[in-house]
Design a protein around this ligand. Structure first.
Ligand SMILES: NC(=O)c1ccc[n+]([C@@H]2O[C@H](COP(=O)([O-])OP(=O)(O)OC[C@H]3O[C@@H](n4cnc5c(N)ncnc54)[C@H](OP(=O)(O)O)[C@@H]3O)[C@@H](O)[C@H]2O)c1
Length: 210
């Protein structure tokens, strides 16, 4: 006979930026046994615009220490390559790219030891759709940052990126932009967030593409 080991999970304090979005809402539901604080520009428990470092600093000052910081916020420009310009690229760079990097650079002072960051990228980094070069660049940059940052975070802090494919709940909104893409079951995608938040993985790009 083996002794029974209790697998009761520790209740964590989780900051979920984008927690009212399509993916964020489902991640929030799956984390219901934890203390979840959601944040967004106009939604959530705390107001933040991740495009502004000052806004991120202000959010962490209000929230204090956390066990996990998760970001399911941000997007990038979709449009024709032939006419794409710097001004098309900048909002996504300031939001989804720099915003997520700043969540880590500022947030690491508020993340408890052995806590985790979970950022969100996307299938476009490797399989960009037509008109998707701006988003492909942003996702690729965040993925590379995660690989590198995992080597240098201190006190057992971890970092991963979840890379969603086209999620089933977004078919109506985005389906036409992604012909031929497999739809990702939301449950499968949410599991990748749980793996990063509650599991032990570090420095991984958790691809959920089908
Ligand atoms: N849905 C998909 O099929 C899919 C596929 C691949 C990758 N992704 C990626 O997954 C992430 C989430 O996608 P989603 O479909 O769930 O998006 P969504 O439904 O548009 O939700 C985004 C959430 O983020 C918040 N947000 C947006 N910009 C923000 C900012 N600058 N600062 C703070 N909060 C902000 C929004 O709330 P407020 O409006 O209140 O700010 C909203 O709650 C995105 O990075 C997206 O590129 C999604």
């Amino acid at each position: 006979m083996y002794p029974l080991i209790s697998l009761k999970k520790k209740v964590m304090k989780v900051l979920l930026v984008g927690g009212n979005g399509t993916i964020g809402k489902k991640v929030s539901e799956a984390l219901s046994m934890h203390e979840v604080i959601t944040a967004g520009r106009s939604s959530g428990n705390i107001k933040v615009d991740i495009a502004s470092a000052d806004s991120i600093k202000n959010m962490f000052a209000q929230v204090g220490e956390v066990d996990a910081c998760v970001c399911t916020a941000g997007t990038g420009y979709y449009g024709p390559f032939a006419t794409m310009s710097e001004s098309d690229l900048l909002p996504g760079i300031q939001g989804k790219l720099l915003g997520q990097l700043n969540l880590v650079l500022i947030g690491k002072e508020y993340l408890r030891s052995e806590g985790s960051f979970t950022l969100t990228t996307g299938i476009a980094s490797m399989h960009p759709a037509r008109n998707g070069s701006a988003v492909a660049m942003i996702n690729g940059a965040v993925n590379s940052f995660v690989l590198a940052a995992a080597q240098e975070l201190k006190q057992g802090q971890r970092i991963n990126a979840v890379s969603p494919g086209l999620v089933e709940d977004s078919w109506e909104r985005y389906g036409k932009l992604f012909p031929g893409y497999n739809l990702v079951p939301m449950k499968k995608l949410v599991n990748a967030y749980l793996l990063s938040i509650e599991g032990a993985v570090n420095g991984k790009i958790l691809k959920v593409w089908s």
